[in-house]
Each structure stands twice: as structure tokens, then as C-alpha cells.
Design a protein around this ligand. Sequence first.
Ligand code: PGA
Length: 255
Amino acid sequence: MRTPLIVGNWKMYKTVDEAVHYVKDLCNLVKNINDVNVVIAPTFIALHATAKAVRNNKVKIAAQDLYWKAEGAFTGEISGALIHACGTQYVIIGHSERRAMFAETDTHVRKKVTAALTHSLTPIVCIGETLDQRESGKTFDILDHQIATNLADIKTEQLAQLVIAYEPVWAIGTGKNATPMQAAEAHSHIRSHLASTFGKEAAVQCHIIYGGSVKPKNIQELIAQPDVDGALVGGASLEVQAFFEIISRSRKATV
Ligand code: PGA
């Protein structure tokens, strides 16, 4: 039912030419993989060219952020309408780097999720606790708060169109991934929370992917956990062979 989803988040790396070259290579590498969905999130300036390069292929493109207004005098911002018009299908929202470095709040994330859905983009909503919060036993409270506020405007029938990325902040770019047990526990908690808010039927349709130091060597044990439906990959997505390894090792019997 939930086909594994592997998303490469390139952050602020790669020129447009490098991005196009990479996605063409990736399309070739994954052409025979039908049981994993693959998404690349380049910078805004590479969205149009990469979306064009992957047209009619199984690789899809994501933006790394959006602004919630459709258009207007908002210097420097990019709307869901503009992102969708250049052939993009997904958008990452509320990444911990945006929350920590660019003052993004739960209210901003809530508005961005609605804007994404309005413009036919699949939101990949990032949630997760810091090391302090984990060590003081607050992980589940933080996740509950983020789900409740970030998805406050979501209707039951929209849940299947959402992807939740559980990204413990202490695991991002640190080489310290959550253990399979920690990931399993958090993902199962998130799904239970979704079930209590939206009903079990809707909750089982929502993809919950894991992010934080995912590498070819640890993906298999993470994806083997029943509620881990894929991965959001930063550093290890920058090199096409490593990313392809992660995709190949993500195949599992769909649940
Ligand atoms: P990482 O980044 O794989 O480099 O830890 C993950 C992310 O930021 O989404």
C-alpha cells in the first residue's frame, strides 16, 4: 500500500548544470526500479531545468520551501503556484534548518502545508526533536505538538496526500543516525497520533519517512521497520551512486 519513498535533499549545493547532469544519470540508474518512488529536491534555481530533464521518467522533483501567498509583492519569495508551474510535484516544509536558522515557526509551517496542497504539491512536512528535548524525555510531546499545530488545517481526506518526515534534529548532518528502534518507536507514535486525530484508515495511508544521516550502510535496517516508509537523505544524496545504493536497498514488500 505504501510504496517506499526516497527523497534527496540537496540543500544549497549544485549548480543548475550539475543538477541536470545528475538527474539524467539518476533516471538511467533507476529505470528498472518500479517499487520505490524517487524524488530530488534541488535549489529553486534548478527546479525548472531538472523538472524538464526528468519529464516522463520516474524521478520527481521537490522544492525545498515555499511561501504561502500565491503571488504579490514579496521580494525574494517563491509561491506554490510558481513551483508547480515549473513541473515540480513535491515541496519540503519546516525543515529543521529553516526552523533553526530562518525563524520558521509552527504557524508558518501550517500555512505552507495548506498552500502546497492548494497548488497540487505534495508537502513533505519535517518534524523532530532536538538532543536536549530527547534527553529530557520530551520527544513524544514535541512530536505531538508539531503534528497538532503543523497539520491543524488538514482534513481527513487530505492526509493521504501528505508525507511526514521524522528528522531528529540531533541526527541531521552529524553522522549519528537514530537507531532502528528509536526510529520505529517515533514513527509508530506519529502514526498513532495521526490515527487518533484523523482515524486509522487515513493514518495508514500517510507516508512517514525518516531523515538524519541516512547512508547506504544503514538504510536497510531503518526501512525494515514497519512504519518507516522511506527516507529524506541529505549528504548521501549529493553523489549519485551513493543515492542509487540507498534507493536499491529501500525495496521492501509493500504493507
Ligand atoms: P543528512 O540530512 O542526511 O545529511 O543528515 C538530512 C536532512 O537534512 O534532511
